[in-house]
Design a protein around this ligand. Structure first.
Ligand code: ADP
Ligand code: MG
Length: 409
């Protein structure tokens, strides 16, 4: 098979710098380049000793080694050319020793090692409460002092915010440092439709999430607005029409939040919101919903915490016993749910009555914090937009056409 190398893979392979960082989008070809690197190191000298690390053991075993060996196979190297001893953490490639280590316990990972080359996959995700990434970095590079050639360090990773890598390779860059950037779409080997489905999952190419995940940029996502597609176009004066009432419901206790909708000509009309601010329980919620004339509605609830049992009956039982019908079956991952809400907002499939103040405030104010929805700064936030998200997902979710074909980390 003919070996083809993508331009950013070529750059990292041909670097003569000591500290090399390839930061790239998901599926841009980062882990694959590890296979190229070890072929190069073996070619330079069989005596090279190599450290191959990853943020977690799982990443290392399921993703890094898999990508690396897939790549070796393209060069014609199979199990007969290497000896992989997972338990001992060795990968001997044609007599060249590679130490495979997870960075979860850095002191253990590097104990007693001296190596010529270091390769780290998904480096941006290393670190834990008592071991900062910077501490890990210092510990690691102490071990880069082998005597068999030029000592070089290579990290390949998705960006994960503006972090220690940005400090080292951008802010405090020296002429020993090389930073290479790669976009997901630079990888011409990805299956058809894969990139398109990711773009739609991340809410378009312009979003901060897409800039990080697909363009490999260092982006501060922590305090960015979640529902960036919300605009005046989504606001209207609506009236209840004949036909079915649909309710998205979040069982949070203070406040318990729900949005009342009708699905008319392909558009979600959010005609009301029912918020129980204090000491909420499902009985109180049912009482209020029936009082407002929504008895018998279809309910699209949170399917995780929602079906808890308070006084013997589960929340779902209480809804059924009060004449509501519970529908929907599972919760999507949070990113999928929020992206789906943004998609419907952008396409103006969602119209929100002006009286729905809680929903409007959520759509304007909910932010990401540390990669999660910020539910702590203001306890009133997220639940009403979550409720909208459950409803929209159950009726019209994002479909990932080709995501199942290929797994990346
Ligand atoms: N140089 C290449 N030649 C052929 N296929 C490649 C090459 N680089 C990447 N690929 C393909 O792209 C997929 C994703 O690459 P990978 O390195 O796993 O991405 P990531 O950046 O997420 O680590 C690989 O599984 C492989 O199928
Ligand atoms: Mg990878």
């Amino acid at each position: 098979m003919q070996i083809q190398v993508l331009p950013h893979q070529h750059k990292i392979l041909s670097s003569d710098k000591r500290f090399n960082l390839l930061v790239g989008g998901v599926g841009s070809g980062k882990s694959f380049a590890i296979g190229d690197l070890i072929v190069k190191f073996r070619h330079e000298s069989k005596s090279n000793e190599i450290f191959i690390g990853a943020n977690t053991h799982k990443q290392l075993r399921d993703s890094t080694v898999k990508a690396m060996t897939d790549r070796l196979l393209m060069y014609g190297f199979n199990e007969s050319h290497y000896d992989y001893q997972e338990n001992k953490g060795f990968f001997d490639f044609l007599g060249m020793r590679c130490y495979l280590r997870s960075l979860e316990n850095i002191d253990k990972a590097v104990a007693g090692l001296t190596v010529d080359k270091m390769i780290i996959d998904e480096y941006a995700f290393c670190g834990r409460p008592n071991q900062s990434p910077m501490y890990i970095h210092k510990k690691i590079i102490q071990r880069l002092r082998g005597k068999n050639g030029v000592n070089q360090f290579y990290a390949l990773t998705s960006p994960n915010g503006v972090n220690f890598l940005h400090d080292i390779w951008v802010t405090n860059k020296t002429d020993e440092h090389l930073l290479i950037k790669a976009k997901t779409k630079d990888n011409i080997f990805l299956p058809d439709g894969y990139y398109k489905s990711l773009v739609s999952a991340y809410g378009g190419e312009q979003t901060n999430l897409a800039k990080q995940e697909l363009f490999g940029e260092f982006i501060n996502l922590t305090e960015s607005s979640v529902y960036y597609s919300f605009s005046e176009k989504n606001l209207a004066n609506l009236k209840r029409q004949s036909g079915t009432v649909l309710i998205g419901l979040d069982f949070n206790v203070e406040p318990m939040c729900s949005v009342v909708a009708q699905y008319i000509n392909g558009k979600f009309h959010i005609i009301d919101e029912i918020i129980i601010e204090q000491n909420a329980d499902t009985y109180k919620w049912c009482h209020e919903a029936i009082k407002r004339g929504y008895g018998g509605a279809l309910i699209y609830p949170d399917h995780t915490g929602g079906n808890r049992k308070t006084s013997g009956q589960s929340d779902f039982d209480i809804l059924w016993n009060n004449g509501f019908q519970v529908v929907g079956t599972y919760n999507p991952i949070v990113f999928d749910r929020t992206n789906n809400v943004n998609r419907h907002l952008r396409e103006v499939n969602v119209l929100i009555d002006n009286k729905c103040k809680w929903l409007r405030e959520d759509l304007e104010k909910v932010v990401w914090k540390g990669g999660k929805l910020d539910q702590t700064t203001d306890k009133r936030r997220t639940h009403t937009s979550d409720a909208l998200g459950y409803l929209l997902w159950a009726i019209d979710p994002i479909r990932h056409e080709s995501k199942a074909e290929i797994i990346f980390d």
